[in-house]
Design a protein around this ligand. Sequence first.
Ligand code: NZQ
Ligand code: ZN
Length: 381
Amino acid sequence: MNNFVFQNTTKLIFGKGQIAKLASELPEGKKILVTFGGGSVKANGVYDQVKAALAGFDHIEFWGIEPNPKVETLRKAVEICKSESVEFILAVGGGSTLDGSKLIAAAAKIQEDAWELVRNPKLYGGTLPFASVMTLPATGSEMNRGAVISNIATGEKYAFYNTYPVFSILDPETTFSLPPFQVACGLADTFVHIMEQYLTDTGISPLMDRWAEGVLSTVVEVAPKVRENQHDYDAMATYMLSATMGLNGFVAMGVPQDWATHMIGHEITALAGITHGQTLVVVLPAVMNVMRAEKGRKIAQYGERVWGIKEGTLDERIDKTIVATEEFFRSLGLAVRLSELNLGEEIVEEIVNRFKERGTLLGENSNIDYKLVEEILRQRL
Ligand code: NZQ
Ligand code: ZN
């Protein structure tokens, strides 16, 4: 096991009716910027609950943070923070609203442009404190430091790191209104987050392995219930907590990680606008296949413990495990091939060229170069 430091400072407030707790959690006497996406919160009653709790708080609303939040939009909110002397940010919505707000909170503290901050972490000069009401279980953004920001002008999408949200409120009832496609993508995103912190080698941390396998098995178990009835409170609560636990550092203590699937997936979103979770399920099966020489033992362990695959040679078990994984993604109603998304050779070439130019090396051993990225993507045509 590797050395590690673990400190996750987010206060998690979970359950039915908990949005009312905003009134006691928000700082008194501070000017608050409340950020939203495109309006789902108005249709599902979240906005009314937030507004009721905000009575008496000095606040400004900022609307329009879009899926895959664009720096072009976020800059406008940074200006408001500066001109209105905002002291606290409350993000209400999905991962995109939260991620965008993390950048707004940090960019409000510096003179330089928000995109420069994304590209150069050395410009980080602290942050306005921020919190969230999270309505889409997927990203774990409610309890992690990450944010993924897009730039329309350059067609790029990169991760940015701020500090943790002060608190996050998660009411599973807010998820009842999610479009089924977003639920499928959220389940997929959750699953792949855990896989990318798990699928390296065996014997590094038996505790992290069992913990990750526990969340993976839970997602597999709850997915059909969630897809069958989005108003099943307990199923949605299990899905929602799984998403938080999937990317808040709890399954990552002392173990190596491989974010190749995410890095390749981000390029598919940046170039073709495909929803995040959907990109991941296209890529992951080929990362498993192409990297089977070094990941084989762990793939087999995952196959046995999550899918009950015990028979056959190591290679046969790896094959069966990849098929089981792909079938699970299909069972969510998602496409698993680039061609099903009307994507082909062109995007493969574009992505490979980007990695070649950047000299990016992916994977837990930094050995997935542009040639292997090409092999991975070609297997998914
Ligand atoms: O914008 P509104 O109107 O609110 O609608 C949203 C949006 O259209 C809607 N929605 C959200 N909650 C809803 C709802 N509709 C009905 N009922 C609700 N309760 O869903 C649509 C998608 O929302 P979005 O926030 O974009 O989805 P998600 O939470 O999946 O976030 C995706 C973004 O997060 C990044 C992705 O790359 C992508 O940019 N990620 C962030 C991570 C992190 N911060 O750690 C890690 C992830 O790997 C991921 O990369
Ligand atoms: Zn993700």
